[in-house]
Design a binder for this molecule. Sequence first.
Ligand SMILES: NC(=O)c1ccc[n+]([C@@H]2O[C@H](COP(=O)([O-])OP(=O)(O)OC[C@H]3O[C@@H](n4cnc5c(N)ncnc54)[C@H](O)[C@@H]3O)[C@@H](O)[C@H]2O)c1
Length: 256
Amino acid sequence: MLLQDKVCVIVGASSLRGIGYATAELFAQNGARLALVDLSMDEGIVGDIASSIASSIGHRPLIAGLRCDIENPADCERAVAEVVARFGTIDCLVNCAGIVQARAMLSIAETDYDRVLGVNLKGAFNICKSALAVFAGKKAGVIINLASVAAQRGGGLVGGAHYAASKGGVVSLTRTIAREFGPVGVRANVVCPSMVETGMLDGLTREKFDEIVSAIPLQRAGRPLDVAGACLFLASDLSAYVTGATIDVNGGSHIH
Ligand SMILES: NC(=O)c1ccc[n+]([C@@H]2O[C@H](COP(=O)([O-])OP(=O)(O)OC[C@H]3O[C@@H](n4cnc5c(N)ncnc54)[C@H](O)[C@@H]3O)[C@@H](O)[C@H]2O)c1
């Protein structure tokens, strides 16, 4: 098993339809111990997640659920401290938390900008910083941040300019972490999915969805497990010499 006994913190993992959940399930299947962190996490949700994973992989994994608003640095510090208190350490952070907003540039209000950048970029910065304090101390650790094809192609299929800019920031942030913390044994990589069938697409019309799919070389939308597979590779020692990389999970929709 690729992640046997590794303590993996997955942020943005409260929806059974989300990339965070798919990653949690795949990591559990590979022996990881899980701390699932989300703004909307509660005992009921973590119970549902544990049951769902158990019915899929055949045993109930070790899971802690923590509520945390990653926009708030103190909340991130507390969540990371709670994980360390509960599991003794952290080996891997996967940050899947994010929000999207479909807005044309001229319709993006300052409050929209602050909200999207606040969660997607400041939040990524905060949670990475908290985890890095642990990783620097133990001279080991892995960070995987979720950005988006929107960061690469000039705008999202769903999100506006503020979403694309926030995800561009996540790419830069991750590369900088890789460079700064490589010498102390920490790897950091970023995954750029395109359209993945999660709750994030709920606002998309069937016509728009079909139009986008018809232009994807692999002729389908992404599934949460497609992204989870890339995260598993990046979290495990299979990628021991990979850092600062951007891994596209986009069905060929953006080849560059
Ligand atoms: N679904 C797609 O098509 C797609 C495409 C490209 C990139 N992404 C990115 O992948 C990641 C996962 O998205 P998803 O599709 O699974 O969506 P999702 O909505 O299921 O997951 C996002 C999670 O982030 C949590 N969250 C929001 N604000 C938070 C905060 N302040 N603190 C803590 N948690 C917070 C939400 O509660 C939610 O559980 C996101 O970063 C998203 O931008 C998704």
